[in-house]
Design a protein around this ligand. Structure first.
Ligand SMILES: CC/C=C/CC(=O)SCCNC(=O)CCNC(=O)[C@H](O)C(C)(C)COP(=O)(O)OP(=O)(O)OC[C@H]1O[C@@H](n2cnc3c(N)ncnc32)[C@H](O)[C@@H]1OP(=O)(O)O
Length: 722
């Protein structure tokens, strides 16, 4: 938990010891409180050095303890006693000093950091504020503007930046603890007064326009927060630091943290923290798991297709230091792709202050033959099964037998591709999200033949690219797009019933989505879904001409997006979609009066009487339809955990993190309520079978709505994919 030792005769060395990250659980807080007291009262001890075991100072509070009844001593009195001490206390920071860990360090009189250390207050990402004096001490150390930026964003800083900002006193390349001990001996020797080192005693050196900075900060934070409270409360805590004496500021900080600590948003954000980490812990029906399967080494990757996705994937790989052979079939397309990739790398290098983008890792070619020596191929051609099958057959002949063949399809059958190869076990889906060099999510799609080695390799590669990988089973649309389809259907139906695109979007954005569904659709291009609907026989020559326009495959269907596509309204790229844009390629969506007329005509053509659609109906129908499908996905074993579904939505679909994800949201609303509302909507719309509550949801409600982590016990896997 924490160890006490003496070094150089007069220095007490206190080492936090709670692997893997020295989190400040109750037992750790109890031990450091006791041994710090011992060090501060031992007459032979002249100074204290505080450090962490195994190269990590401290990652802050033990997040697993949040939401449980409080136990163990609080951190505030410990930090206060340490800071008030007449003996110098020096923090030796290696690895990370985060949250409560940084608050302890700020209570020390001096801070020495290793060059590779990172420091910060990520509490806002957990729905909290720094609540052990951090919101009051940091601005007294580095001023309001810098503290505001760090605390409201949760951004971590490097040791070098921390030195520039004045958070640490020295940065060392060598042994941090030895340096801190020498430093401590030195400060005892010269008897430097500690008063000026006590941050709580400092009168804030705030600029006269602190009020303006805070006001601006508040406006910025509110705009970005998308309904999240914590960033706004961070500004309130900083305002207290700017305007109140330290003790009153601490009282305000306590009131503010108490307000947040049990909030539903904090629960959701903390759930997301662990969900993201648990997603790495995949398993397959064979018993293969993340921790018993070895990934292949990947040095050289082939990317086939240099459209939007292929370009983003290539950039991601090169930025991770991986050699790429990028193949395009047509010279013109290759030229365009090459210029786009080089441009993106150039801009990225400029942003990082690096003059030379790593272009030496890139080879562009028109010949598949050049893929003979790659370890893994990512196919990123059009969503056309016949084309992909031809390509996979050819890749099999060209690539060495051990090369993994991955498809970046967004929903086509990965197994149908595997069977055309002689290496079914080496085929997996790697579903990136656009723009692939920015978006964090990677669905790793595991077919019935995919080997554990292939899955492990794809997941490890994803991690190297900085992606959040989630292993999912193979079904149309996998997890993300399968649920997205139902979300879109509900949005179209709402338009049919009387809503306008901008009204639906506004409600979704107020809920916290990064972008409303119709803006997303305009951004990605309406033709993407059009092509998928054609390929799946929902539209086109295979449809019986007697089938009513608003009826397909036994259920209600909205032809609205098809009609727009037929008119060439494809979204941003054509200057018109659900919204109007100033020019083709324009980015600023404006409500389109022509769209309103179009919807009116459409409704009267089909005898639909428009009605006012309430905001709560938009949210309920969109999010409960998604969650309902999520339950089916769980039941079919396409996702291993509800958490995985939520990670997919938070990292790939702009779902507001402070609402946890569609499955967590359903749990927070209450499964019985979700069930009852789905029953209600299904009664009103019996022609939409997807609104019928799924059997798993019904079983969970019968079982008393157990918490998310127990849902798996109620899944009756017959043929789980995972
Ligand atoms: C007491 C006063 C209150 C103060 C408020 C706070 O301090 S709130 C907490 C603030 N701290 C954080 O938010 C830090 C969260 N952790 C991280 O950002 C990262 O984990 C890391 C420390 C930068 C390390 O990253 P890395 O990628 O190297 O490892 P993992 O993220 O995979 O973590 C390894 C395992 O450690 C678990 N873990 C990490 N931090 C905590 C924590 N603070 N409490 C509990 N557990 C933590 C993490 O879940 C991983 O566990 P696995 O079982 O291996 O998945």
């Amino acid at each position: 938990m924490a160890r006490y030792s003496r070094t150089e005769g007069t220095i007490a060395l206190i080492t936090l010891s709670n692997p893997p990250v020295n989190a400040l659980g109750a037992a750790v807080r109890r031990t450091i409180t006791d041994i710090m007291h011992r060090a501060l009262t031992d007459g032979e001890v002249k100074a204290v050095v505080l450090c962490g075991e195994n190269g990590t100072f401290c990652a802050g509070a033990d997040i697993r303890e949040f939401g449980k009844p409080p136990s163990g001593p609080a951190l505030v009195p410990l930090i206060h006693d340490m800071e008030a001490s007449e003996k110098p206390v020096v923090a030796a920071i290696e690895g990370v000093a985060l949250g409560g860990g940084l608050e302890i360090a700020l209570g020390c009189h001096y801070r020495i950091a290793h060059a590779k250390a990172r420091l910060g207050f990520p509490e806002v990402m957990l729905g909290l504020i720094p609540g052990a004096g951090g919101s009051q001490r940091l601005p007294r150390l580095i001023g309001i503007p810098a503290a505001l930026e760090l605390i409201t964003t949760g951004r971590l800083v490097s040791a070098q930046e921390a030195l520039k900002l004045g958070i640490v006193d020295q940065v060392v390349d060598g042994n941090t603890i030895e340096t801190a001990v020498k430093f401590a001996l030195n400060v005892i020797g010269v008897c430097r007064p500690l008063l000026s080192r006590r941050l709580s005693e400092r009168t804030p050196a705030f600029s006269v326009d602190a009020a303006a900075v805070l006001e601006e900060g508040m406006a910025r934070v509110k705009q970005r927060a998308r309904g999240a409270f914590a960033p706004v409360v961070c500004v309130q805590a900083l305002r207290a630091a700017a305007t109140l004496p330290y003790s009153r500021g601490m009282e305000t900080e306590e009131q503010l943290i108490n307000m947040l600590i049990d909030s539903s948003q904090a629960r959701a954000l903390q759930y997301c923290f662990f969900a993201q980490r648990n997603a790495r812990k995949w398993s397959l029906p064979s018993g293969a798991r993340w921790n018993n399967s070895k990934p292949r080494a990947v040095h050289r990757v082939g990317v086939v297709g240099l459209g939007t996705m292929g370009r983003g994937i290539t950039v991601s790989l090169v930025k991770a230091g991986i050699s790429v052979v990028a193949v395009e079939m047509e010279e013109k397309q290759m030229d365009l792709g090459m210029r786009a990739v080089l441009g993106m790398l150039e801009r990225d290098a400029q942003r990082r202050g690096d003059t030379r983008p790593p272009t030496h890792l890139l080879t562009f070619t028109l010949s598949l033959q050049q893929l003979g020596n790659v370890d893994l191929v990512i196919e990123a051609v059009f969503e056309d099964m016949a084309l992909k099958k031809r390509l996979f057959t050819e890749l099999c002949n060209v690539c060495k037998p051990s090369t993994l063949l991955c498809t970046n399809t967004s929903g086509l059958d990965v197994d149908a591709l595997a069977v055309v190869t002689h290496r079914r076990s080496l085929v997996v889906g790697m579903h990136f999200f656009a723009p692939a060099n920015v978006m964090k999510l990677l669905e790793v799609v595991c077919g019935p033949h995919s080997s554990a080695e292939a899955v492990a390799t794809a997941m490890t590669l994803g991690k190297r690219l900085g992606k959040v990988g989630v292993v999912v089973g193979n079904c149309p649309g996998f997890v993300g797009n399968r649920m997205m389809k139902l979300y879109l259907d509900q949005a179209y139906f709402l338009l049919e019933e009387g809503a306008a695109p901008e009204q639906v979007d506004q409600v979704l954005e107020e809920f916290g989505f990064t972008m409303g569904i119709f803006k997303v659709s305009d951004l990605s291009g309406l033709d993407v879904g059009w092509r998928v609907r054609k390929a799946s026989g929902l539209i086109g020559p295979d449809v019986n001409p007697k089938t009513p326009s608003r009826w397909r495959q036994g259920c209600r269907y909205s032809p609205l997006p098809d009609l727009l596509c037929e008119q060439g309204h494809l979204g941003q790229k054509s200057g018109r979609g659900w919204y109007l844009y100033e020019t083709p390629g324009g980015k600023e969506p404006k409500p389109d009066p022509a769209m309103h007329r179009f919807l009116q005509e459409y409704r009267s053509r089909y005898g639909l009487t428009p009605r006012h659609v309430h905001a709560h109906e938009v949210i309920e129908r969109c999010t409960y339809a998604m969650a309902n499908e999520g339950f089916r996905i769980l039941e079919e074993g396409i996702a291993a955990r509800a958490e995985d579904i939520d990670v997919i939505y938070v990292f790939g679909y702009g779902w507001p993190r402070h609402r946890g994800g569609p499955m967590f949201h359903a749990a927070q609303v209450g499964l019985a309520t979700v069930l009852q509302r789905l029953e209600h909507y299904h009664q009103l719309h019996p022609d939409v079978p997807h609104l019928q509550p799924s059997p798993l949801l019904q079983r969970l409600v019968e079982a008393g709505s157990p918490p998310v982590h127990h849902w798996r016990e109620h899944v009756q896997h017959l043929h789980s994919h995972l």
